[in-house]
Design a protein around this ligand. Structure first.
Ligand SMILES: [Zn+2]
Length: 333
């Protein structure tokens, strides 16, 4: 599998998202601009974005296919859009470089084994099976990244971006004549990104993505076991019930949940997770917002994800989830 992976497999997504991470997460501002220490921070932010994107997953074209030609063209188009931004803000260039460097080991054997955590089997690398889904994902990610890169970061308060962690508690419906519902913790923690758009002072849309990894029992002869992964993406409409420092809220949303297993691999190989199953669910939430200061909000929430409303592919299981969660959101423009 190794030699068949190709360098431009992710099109323009790594350099674009790397520049976004450099812009918002490496301490760039008017005082630190054009300092070489900040280029190093931008480079590091770019490399972290590569890790996050690999876990998130994309379509992986194989060498010599027309799909690879498509993503190569996307990469060139991306560079065309990035060039003026790189010229204006060199930190963005270093973010893009940091985001591209990890994939060099797919093309050139620098070390005897691959080193990057999503390339050596340590952490599974997400993979979309369907080319159209992969191309669409890149189009959305790239356009949104370009939009963020061209925004003026002084216009604070309309958008918030941050990290969230959740505890998943699933329940199985056991049909033993009585219709039992058995609650159990299916995974300790999932982590992901959160994005909020403020509509008005007490109403907002939010987007959450979470990924959790669970190890299946070890398989003999393999260094890394199979991991089960779930990603959830949903859009929720939330309404704050008060607008003083501590703000309770309720919300309603819906989204898609993707399920996949990683390949069992030997050390040094890429552990891909292919998301084969997906389902639609309703999401109901309640919680409290704490405004730490003008720029930072802590969100403590409890979300109920309904059993599947329908399946986009294979049937999974009629399981609902209760997920207590904690998110830290930062105003970013
Ligand atoms: Zn990679």
């Amino acid at each position: 599998m190794l030699s068949k992976l190709a360098f431009p497999g992710n099109g323009a997504a790594h350099p674009l998202t790397g520049a976004v991470w450099a812009k918002y997460f490496s301490g760039q501002n008017e005082f630190t601009a054009n300092k070489s220490s900040n280029y190093a921070a931008a480079f590091f932010a770019g490399a972290v974005s590569h890790f996050a994107y690999d876990v998130y997953g994309n379509f992986e074209p194989r060498a010599g296919t027309w799909e690879l030609a498509y993503f190569s063209v996307e990469g060139i188009v991306g560079a065309y859009f990035l060039f003026p931004l790189w010229k204006k803000e060199p930190a963005l260039f270093w973010g893009s470089v940091g985001a591209m460097v990890p994939d060099i080991e797919h093309t050139i054997n620098i070390f005897d084994k691959r080193k990057f955590p999503t390339h050596n089997g340590m952490v599974p690398h997400g993979e979309r099976e369907n080319f159209c889904q992969g191309a669409l994902e890149n189009l959305v990610m790239n356009s949104f990244s370009y939009y963020l890169l061209t925004q003026d970061s002084k216009n604070i308060g309309r958008y918030q971006f941050g990290m969230n962690i959740n505890i998943w508690n699933g329940h199985n419906i056991v049909d033993d004549g009585i219709h039992h519902t058995v609650y159990k913790t299916v995974s300790p923690v999932s982590a992901g990104i959160a994005l909020r758009f403020h509509l008005r002072h007490n109403r907002f849309f939010e987007f959450y993505s979470t990924t959790w990894m669970k190890r299946a029992p070890d398989i003999s002869g393999l260094d890394y076991p199979i991991r089960k992964m779930v990603q959830s993406y949903y859009l929720s409409y939330n309404r704050k019930l008060s607008t003083r420092g501590i703000e309770p809220f309720v919300g309603l949303g819906c989204g898609v949940f993707l399920w996949g297993d990683s390949n069992p691999v030997n050390k040094g190989d890429v552990s891909f997770v292919t998301y084969q199953k997906s389902e639609y669910r309703l999401v109901m939430s309640g919680g409290i917002d704490f405004d730490l200061n003008r720029n930072t909000t802590i969100v403590i929430s409890y979300r109920f994800q309904s059993p599947s409303l329908g399946y986009t592919s294979a049937r999974v299981s009629p399981v609902a989830e209760w997920t207590p969660g904690l998110a830290v959101l930062q105003n970013f423009f």
